[in-house]
Ligand binder design. Sequence first.
Ligand SMILES: Cc1cc2nc3c(=O)[nH]c(=O)nc-3n(C[C@H](O)[C@H](O)[C@H](O)COP(=O)(O)OP(=O)(O)OC[C@H]3O[C@@H](n4cnc5c(N)ncnc54)[C@H](O)[C@@H]3O)c2cc1C
Ligand code: FES
Length: 267
Amino acid sequence: MKPIISHEVFLTSRRDLKNDHLLLGFGPFPGAASIKPGQFVHIGFRNPLAFYRRAFSIAGVNTVKREIEIILKVIGRGSYQLSQLRAGEGVNFLGPLGNPFVLPGKRQTALMVAGGVGYPPLLFLAMHMIERGYDPKNIVFFYGGRSSEDIVDRARIRKLGVRFLPATQNGSFGERGMITALLKRFLSTPGTAGSGENVIFACGPEGLLEAVDRIAAEFETPGQLALEAPMPCGFGICLGCVVPLKSGGFARVCKEGPVFDTGTLAL
Ligand SMILES: Cc1cc2nc3c(=O)[nH]c(=O)nc-3n(C[C@H](O)[C@H](O)[C@H](O)COP(=O)(O)OP(=O)(O)OC[C@H]3O[C@@H](n4cnc5c(N)ncnc54)[C@H](O)[C@@H]3O)c2cc1C
Ligand code: FES
């Protein structure tokens, strides 16, 4: 069993991404260079108002400065505590935890499907692949939200040179409708479908993951889903994060996940 590493880290940077989204950088993080997209940190707070740790996907790493980034949306007590940190203030990180995404083949097209604040691990995945010589034209970044305000960090996504396909339910940015409808239309377009040519990577609300799982089966396309179940312990002992498997039994999102192959979970 791999040891669980605890780090005291300090806030080094902070960027307002609008609509209550923040990008926060923390360091020093000794293992930054070996972190892979899909992994997460479990953050402990000094303030007793947020008693349990909260999990956050790693959204990027700076291997030179040994820093990691997370992107959060301020929702409740834990994310609020993080949003109030000042430069130089510390928190405790457990991690990196969880199993990362398995990278696609260099000739495959990666279809990344992000819903709302599910986009950080996919942004990291896209950056990680491009740094490793993947062609950005082989990455399609589907990003959905309720309205334009939910689609944050657009400039960074565009700068990567990937194909950016946003959709909003009220039509205020990108296509009108669900992002999964856009994914389905993409896969239905002659020349784009085909098992083995595309690989889907998704992160977002439960409904989005369920829909992506169904679409992956319908188009016989392999895929990986990153789950965000509430996680009391983060390292496999409390069973507070389990999800049912199609084959029977359960898997712990923190330990066997958070990334699962499509077709394996009873969503
Ligand atoms: C592996 C993993 C990766 C994650 N990555 C990110 C990330 O990159 N950015 C980010 O902003 N958040 C992420 N989360 C969610 C994060 O851990 C917190 O759950 C979220 O910030 C809300 O916590 P809070 O303390 O602010 O709100 P709380 O006070 O805990 O909850 C406020 C409300 O949000 C609901 N809620 C709590 N947790 C979740 C959840 N996981 N999903 C949906 N609703 C929830 C509660 O039911 C409650 O209604 C991730 C979770 C996991 C397990
Ligand atoms: S959070 Fe405790 S087992 Fe997963």
